[in-house]
Structures are given as C-alpha cells and as structure tokens.
Design a protein around this ligand. Structure first.
Ligand code: UDP
Ligand code: MG
Length: 316
C-alpha cells in the first residue's frame, strides 16, 4: 500500500464527507493505493455515524472510536500503530489542510529521501491571538530541538516514512513536537513544504489558550528526556555530587576553624553560629535528594507497561 492517511477528529461531523470525497479524488487521480484511518477521539456529535456511512461506500476507510476524549496525541498514536502504507500522511479533519498536497509530500518521502516532511502554513488563516504566540513557540522549539529548518512544528499536515511512525510514541500533548520526537528516535532527515491553509469552514477550534502553557511545559519535558531520559542519573547524580562536594568543603572549613579556636584561648568559635554549618547541612541534604531522584528516575524509566492503553469502544 502506498499511503495511509491518519485523521484524528473530535466533533467534526460536518467536515468529514467533504474531506473524504476530496481525499478519494486525489488518490484516484494519482493512482495511489491507500487507506484512510479516522480516529474518533470521543466525539459527542454524530461523527462516528458519519464515518460508518462513509465506510459503507468506500472499503478503504477504517475507523477507531475512543470511548472518551483523550486528545489529539493519543489519537495519532493509535492511528500510527495501525497504518499499513509505506508513507503515512496525517491531516486535521477540519478542512484547514488540503489533500491536494498529498502527491508532493509522497514524492518528497519516496524520491527525495526525507524521513518526515512537515507542512508549513506559510499564509495562515487563523486569528492573530493564535498566530503571534505560534511564532514565539516555533522559535523556541527550533532552539531547543536543534531542528533549525522548520517554521511550523505543529502543522497537522505531515508525511512520514512508515518506520518513523512505528518508532515514536506520541502521548500527552506531544503532537506539537513530532519532528523533535522523530529526531530523538534517529530520524534526522526532516524537511518542510509550504502548504495551503484555509480558514475553518465548520465548527470551532478544539484547543484553548492553555495550549501555550502546556506546549512550553511539554517542550521542557522533551528536552529533559532527550538529554537524560534514559539516564536520569547523569543529571541528578552530577547535581548530587556537586552538592556533596560543597557540603564536604563546608565541613572541612568548620573543622579547621574549630581546631584553630580550640588551640587559641582568645578565639571563641561556635560551630552552630557559623554560616558554613548551615551550608554543609543544606548541601548534603539537597545532594542526597538529588541522588534519590536520580535512582528513582532510573527505576521508573524501566517500568511503565500500561502507558499507552486507551479504551477503544468500536473499530472496523
Ligand atoms: N482533535 C482531536 N482531539 C482533541 C482536539 C482536537 O482529535 O482533543 C482534532 C480536531 O478534530 C482536528 C485536529 O485535531 O481534526 C486539530 O484540531 P483543531 O483544528 O481544533 O486545532 P487548530 O487548527 O485550531 O490548531
Ligand atoms: Mg484546525
């Protein structure tokens, strides 16, 4: 199979028939063998009935329904596990992304050797309250991830070599950083294509202002994971050692001062009045805590079997 199209959706019933017809048209015109995977992320409208009726007319369509709203990342992750195509395309369900981009994205993966090609909404049709923070967000993401050539990390329209989606784990709100996840997994040929973007035709955005706060927190987590994720002891152990060294130094200073004081009767020195006493105390306690965090972190990284199980209510 050439292409798997993965579409996460939450209450997008009005857009689905139009989107499906458009994708079918593009696939037929280009002679691609394909499948469309709709991941219904706990919609409360009749999206699922719409997907079923679309499937009745086109056997290339498959659907997975979550029993509740888990979020876009779990939906993508679930879709990724089921793809069969050589190239995987993700797109939003709201008709903001254009299926006409699919042939060129497919070509960039298969012919130009990219692992991942991200869409770039060069000209956006979103309110200013969204586009300005997005610029800031992308600048930070470029810096932290070291992927300097991407303008638009969070574009819903992306293309992947199949191996990429099978080896990354998209959870929480990590869909914003898929290129970074791919890079950390060793897929470094990451490209970009300017894509057409349209204003939302039906319904409204599913993300509020908290997207920015969560976005930055996730970036911090990813940075930490990529640096120390499998070896938390490397950072906590280092901090702990530095603290211990500081504490040891302070203890030595106290010992010297006290010895000097004992040897000369004119000089009176109380250990508990010395700043070094408090310094040594704090440093050693904090140092121990860092070490403990490191050891617990090491244990946790080896232990989390159920982290990607989402309850599925229906599937075909
Ligand atoms: N989406 C989802 N689960 C959610 C929120 C969003 O599957 O909890 C889907 C949504 O239906 C759409 C895509 O993710 O297909 C992008 O969402 P939206 O268009 O609201 O985001 P925006 O374009 O405003 O960034
Ligand atoms: Mg949208």
């Amino acid at each position: 199979m050439d292409i798997s199209v993965v579409i996460p959706l939450y209450n997008e019933a009005e857009s689905l028939p139009e989107l499906t017809a458009w994708i079918e048209r593009v696939m037929e015109q280009n002679g691609f063998s394909y499948e469309i995977l709709f991941i219904n992320d706990g919609s409360t409208d009749n999206s699922w009935e719409v997907i079923r009726s679309l499937q009745a007319k086109n056997p290339h369509i498959h659907g997975v329904a979550f029993s509740r709203n888990y979020g876009k990342s779990p939906a993508l992750n679930t879709g990724f596990a089921r793809t069969k195509g050589d190239v995987v395309i993700t797109m939003d369900a709201d008709l903001q992304d254009s299926p006409d981009e699919i042939p060129e994205l497919y070509r960039m993966i298969t012919k130009e050797g990219y692992d991942l090609v991200s869409g770039w909404k060069k000209k956006r049709y979103d309110p200013l309250s969204k586009t300005i923070p997005t610029k800031l967000f992308n600048a930070t993401a470029r810096k932290v991830s070291g992927i300097k050539n991407l303008h638009d990390f969070n574009c819903g329209l992306k293309a992947y070599r199949s191996a990429v989606v099978k080896h990354i784990e998209v959870y929480g709100d990590m869909h914003r950083y898929i290129p970074y996840l791919a890079k950390n997994a060793g897929y470094t040929r990451i490209g970009e294509k300017a894509v057409h973007h349209q204003a939302r035709k039906y319904g409204k955005t599913k993300f509020g202002l908290d997207r920015f706060v969560n976005g930055y927190l996730d970036l911090g987590t990813l940075w930490f994971q990529s640096k120390f994720g499998i070896k938390p002891m490397h950072i906590f152990g280092l901090l702990g050692s530095l603290m211990f060294a500081l504490g040891f130094l302070a203890v030595m200073i106290i010992l010297i001062l006290k010895t000097v004081a004992l040897c000369s009767d004119s000089y009176d020195f109380y250990v508990t009045k010395s700043v070094y006493f408090y310094l040594s105390l704090t440093a050693i306690v904090v140092g121990t805590q860092f070490f403990t965090a490191g050891i617990i972190g090491e244990l946790i990284t080896r232990n989390s079997a159920e982290r990607n199980s989402y309850q599925i209510s229906d599937e075909f």
